[in-house]
Design a protein around this ligand. Structure first.
Ligand code: CUA
Length: 342
């Protein structure tokens, strides 16, 4: 119920020019059955409430106009007139019955919407994804038919059009909340607990989402995208993500890899196919294939990547990555290596 109510907040449409994070983010432009049923409920409540508001204002105006016209009763302003009393009683009684009826309709409609949203969870063919909230990025684990087909990525989710997705939500630190308005309402990620969120995209596109629960200094810079693609395109994306990082082919990228593996990077990051297996920061096996850096904060370009490596605190103060004041040549070699991790 909470996620239904929160969707009615004024923050329904956000103009999106945030960093390189392309994609739409609007609860008014549903791309899936669940977002659509939430929107239907939103419009039902909005229009009925607008009608009630108009009726109340109209009654007020009529009352004011009448009061001016009516001459003062002969027995003084406080004298009771049985006719007026009866009419007032009927009016108040009717208003109470209508109010109860409207609230009853809203309750039933909310219940049916919530049921519709939950029904997707019963599907066996659902794609399984685990999303873990971290200050301030999203770890995404794809769960394949067997463990050898599992892989990690971060801040960007790909899903096949038309297939339901079941997301298990976890948190490593504080409470976060996953909200992709075009696809569904929001759901909390709570430390020590598992929540679920389901959605299905019925048309291709990139849908922006963001953390919807204040989780610290960089809560506003905790975005993600969900990209819905055709099923065969999704399969090739999955196969590509499963592969280990490509091996350096020249001296410069070999040096970049060496700098990565001998530096503090390996304490937190993982690159499959190397000894770097840290899990407290985004998996970088295919970092060059992502559109943004730092959870939607920056477009993924060489310049931004360099700025992020050297002084991440300047860009996203309070995040867990430290400064890396590498000599210029080392930094360029490291960038060469990271840029080949497609
Ligand atoms: Cu995570 Cu707000």
């Amino acid at each position: 119920m909470k996620r239904l109510l929160l969707c009615g907040l004024p923050v329904l449409v956000l103009p999106l020019s945030v960093a390189g994070c392309s994609g739409i983010q609007s609860a008014l432009d549903p791309a899936g059955s669940q977002a659509r049923s939430i929107l239907d409920l939103f419009w039902l409540i909005t229009w009925v409430c607008a009608g009630v508001y108009a009726a109340v204002v109209l009654a007020l105006i009529i009352g004011l106009v009448r009061a001016r016209r009516t001459a003062e009763p002969p027995n003084g302003p406080l004298a009771l007139d049985p006719g007026t009393e009866r009419r007032a009683g009927w009016t108040v009684g009717t208003a109470i019955v209508l109010t109860v009826a409207v609230l009853f309709v809203f309750t039933i409609a909310s219940f049916l919407t919530d049921r519709g949203i939950a029904s997707l969870g019963a599907r066996d063919d659902a794609l399984e994804i685990q999303v873990t909230g971290n200050q301030w990025w999203w770890e995404v684990l794809y769960i394949g038919s067997d463990p050898s087909r599992n892989f990690y990525t971060a801040n960007e989710i790909y899903i096949p059009v038309g297939r339901p997705v079941r997301i298990t939500l976890k948190s490593n630190d504080v409470i976060h909340s996953l909200w992709v308005p075009n696809l569904n309402g929001k759901q909390d990620l709570i430390p020590g607990r598992e929540n679920n969120l389901h959605f299905v995209a019925d048309r291709p596109g990139t849908y922006r989402g963001q953390c919807a629960e204040f989780c610290g200094l960089q809560h506003a810079r905790m975005a993600l995208t969900v990209t819905a693609v055709a099923p065969d395109e999704f399969q090739s994306w999955w196969d590509a993500q499963l592969k280990s990082a490509p091996e350096p082919m020249d001296e410069r990228t070999r040096r970049g890899k060496q700098i990565f593996l001998s530096g503090p990077c390996v304490m937190c990051h993982a690159i499959n196919g190397t000894t770097a297996q840290g899990r407290t920061a985004p998996d970088l096996t295919h970092v060059a294939s992502r559109a943004t850096l730092a959870a939607g904060t920056l477009p993924n370009t060489r310049g931004h990547l360099a700025g992020w490596i050297v002084d991440p605190q300047q860009i996203k103060p309070g995040n867990h990555m430290t400064m890396n004041l590498l000599p210029p040549d080392d930094l360029q070699a490291l960038l060469d290596y990271l840029e080949m991790l497609k």
